[in-house]
Design a protein around this ligand. Structure first.
Ligand SMILES: N=c1c2ncn([C@@H]3O[C@H](COP(=O)(O)OP(=O)(O)OP(=O)(O)O)[C@@H](O)[C@H]3O)c2ncn1[C@@H]1O[C@H](COP(=O)(O)O)[C@@H](O)[C@H]1O
Length: 106
């Protein structure tokens, strides 16, 4: 079984030590613009899948999107710990959304 953090570490390893024939290596070789295009494409595919019945397509496309977002984070040098820290900061603090002035028209 592979969790998101393990996958992030594997992708980081691919960047540090490129592996011939690897799709991850192909993305890093193409660079940021290609990775961003893939994140955009996969986001659209998640949206379309969410509108279709059944869970399989949505599950598949979400896994594709998460993988490409992790590739983006590695490319930009944002660590998995930075994401965990940001999420942890929000824990238990987002429930009083009605009192937050920046959130309007809910
Ligand atoms: N989770 C993934 C993963 N999800 C999606 N993909 C690839 O993402 C691509 C998405 O498909 P598309 O049809 O959109 O893209 P494509 O036509 O193949 O290519 P382009 O459009 O980018 O030219 C596919 O080629 C998938 O193989 C992934 N490739 C790798 N991983 C993980 O990354 C690990 C390391 O991968 P490699 O280094 O590439 O072996 C693997 O063990 C996996 O766990």
């Amino acid at each position: 079984m592979q969790n998101m953090e393990e996958l992030y570490e594997l992708i980081k390893q691919r960047k540090a030590t490129p592996k011939k024939g690897s799709y991850t290596d192909y993305l890093f070789t193409k660079g940021l613009d290609k990775i961003l295009k893939k994140v955009g494409e996969e986001s659209t595919e998640v949206i379309v899948a969410a509108k279709n019945p059944g869970d399989d397509e949505l599950t598949y496309e979400t896994a594709d999107l998460l993988y490409h977002v992790l590739v983006l984070l590695v490319e930009r040098g944002v660590s998995f710990d930075q994401i965990k820290t940001e999420l942890a900061k929000r824990e238990g603090k987002m429930s009083d959304y009605k009192d937050r002035p920046e959130i309007k028209n809910l």
